[in-house]
Design a protein around this ligand. Structure first.
Ligand code: SF4
Length: 353
C-alpha cells in the first residue's frame, strides 16, 4: 500500500518519472482504484462533466483508395479493415461520391487505404480531387497517411484536409514483426515532423497491445506524444486476427481491458488537458462493455459507438453527466462539433430506455 501511495503522490504532484509510469503499468488490478479516482478528478476538472459519443454512420463513411489492396499484410489486419471500407480507386468516383455525400447531409469522410511497400497510403494522386471537394463542400476530411513523404504532406496542406489520423508507434519489434516493414523509428519521427512542418492537424492514434496483444512499448509512444502535444489522442486496441494459421492463434492474445485502462490513465496523467478518445478499432463482443467502462473510469472524454449498457452505467454512476452525440469519426476538432451533431433519429437507440 505505501509503495503505491508514494507512486500515487508522485503522479498527483507531477513529479513522477518515466520509471514511475512503467511501475504504474505493472500494478495489480486491486491497486488501481485510487489511480482511476485521480484520473477521473483530472478529467472532471478540465472537461466539465460530459462524454462525447461518436457514431460514424453513413454520414461519415470510410473510403479505401486502394480497394482491398495493401502491400504489407500486417499480422493483425491482413486487409480485413480495408474490406469494410467503400472502395473508390479513381478520382472521378471519389469526387462523385463525396459530392453526393455532401448533398445528402453528409458530415465528412475518412480517406484511407492500404499501404505501399514503404508504409505510405498512396494518396498523392487523389489530393487535387480532395482539394476541389474541400473547396466546394463543407465536408470534414480525415486522412490516414502512413509514412508519407514531403510532397504528400505539402499537398495535404494545400488540399486543406482537416485531420491526419496518424498511428504513433515507437516499437521496433512492431515495425518488423507486425507491420513487416523495413523501417526504423526515425522514419516515424520524420513523418511526424513533416506533418508538423506543414501545420497539419495530427490526431495521434495509439494501438494498445499491437505487439501480440500484450503491453510492450506503448509508454515509448506516449513519450513521443510530448513532441506533438496534441489536443486529442485516440486510443485503439488490437483485435487478434481470426486466422486459421495455428501460429497466429497461439501467438496473439486479446488485450486486457485493464491494460487499455492503464494506458488511458497514463495519458490522462501526462496530458491532463488533452482529450482522449476510445476509437473504433477495439475488441467488441464479450469484452466490449468491460473495456468501455474501464476506459471511462480511466479518463476518456470521447468514445466511438459505445454500448447502450455502458451509457446506462455512466448515467447511474454520474447522473449529472451531459452526453453529446456526433455523426462523425471520433477525431473531429471542436470547431466542427455543431456541424456534426447527430439528429435524434440517429441516436434513438441511446435515447430509449
Ligand atoms: S479511431 Fe476514431 S478517428 Fe480513427 S478511424 Fe476510428 S472513428 Fe475515425
Amino acid at each position: 500500500m505505501s509503495k503505491t501511495k508514494g507512486l500515487l503522490d508522485r503522479i498527483k504532484s507531477g513529479n513522477a518519472t518515466w520509471s514511475d509510469y512503467s511501475k504504474f503499468l505493472e500494478l495489480d488490478v486491486n491497486d488501481l482504484e485510487p489511480f482511476f479516482n485521480l484520473a477521473n478528478k483530472i478529467t472532471f476538472q478540465n472537461f466539465e462533466n460530459q462524454l462525447k459519443i461518436y457514431t460514424p454512420n453513413k454520414r461519415f463513411p470510410a473510403i479505401s483508395i486502394t480497394g482491398s489492396e495493401c502491400a504489407l499484410g500486417c499480422e493483425h489486419c491482413d486487409k480485413k479493415y480495408l474490406k469494410g471500407m467503400k472502395p473508390l480507386q479513381n478520382n472521378a468516383d471519389l469526387e462523385n461520391y463525396l459530392t453526393e455525400l455532401s448533398k445528402n447531409n453528409g458530415v465528412g469522410a475518412l480517406i484511407s487505404g492500404g499501404c505501399d511497400p514503404d508504409g505510405a497510403v498512396p494518396l498523392i494522386g487523389f489530393l487535387d480531387t480532395v482539394k476541389k471537394v474541400k473547396y466546394q463542400t463543407n465536408l470534414i476530411i480525415n486522412v490516414h497517411t502512413g509514412l508519407l513523404n514531403e510532397e504528400t504532406a505539402k499537398k495535404l496542406a494545400e488540399a486543406n484536409v482537416d485531420i491526419i489520423s496518424f498511428d504513433i508507434n515507437m516499437d521496433n519489434e512492431v515495425i518488423k514483426d507486425i507491420y513487416h516493414l523495413n523501417k526504423e523509428l526515425d522514419d516515424y519521427k520524420r513523418a511526424v515532423s513533416l506533418l508538423k512542418r506543414y501545420n497539419l492537424n495530427i490526431v495521434p492514434h495509439i494501438c494498445v497491445g499491437l505487439y501480440y496483444g500484450r503491453l510492450h512499448k506503448e509508454l515509448e509512444s506516449i513519450k513521443f506524444l510530448k513532441e506533438i502535444n496534441p489536443s486529442l489522442i485516440v486510443l485503439i486496441a488490437l483485435i487478434p486476427p481470426k486466422s486459421s494459421k495455428e501460429y497466429k492463434k497461439t501467438k496473439f492474445e486479446t488485450p486486457k481491458p485493464i491494460d487499455i485502462a492503464k494506458i488511458v490513465a497514463t495519458i490522462r496523467f501526462l496530458f491532463p488537458k488533452t482529450e482522449i478518445s476510445l476509437g473504433c478499432m477495439r475488441p467488441r463482443k464479450n469484452l466490449k462493455i468491460e473495456i468501455e467502462k474501464y476506459a471511462v473510469r480511466a479518463g476518456i472524454t470521447r468514445i466511438e459507438n459505445p454500448s447502450k449498457k455502458t451509457i446506462n452505467w455512466v448515467k447511474k454512476r454520474n447522473p449529472e453527466v451531459k452526453f453529446k452525440f456526433y455523426s462523425s469519426c471520433c477525431a473531429i476538432p471542436k470547431k466542427f462539433e455543431k456541424f456534426s451533431e447527430s439528429s435524434e433519429k440517429e441516436i434513438k437507440r441511446y435515447l430509449n430506455n
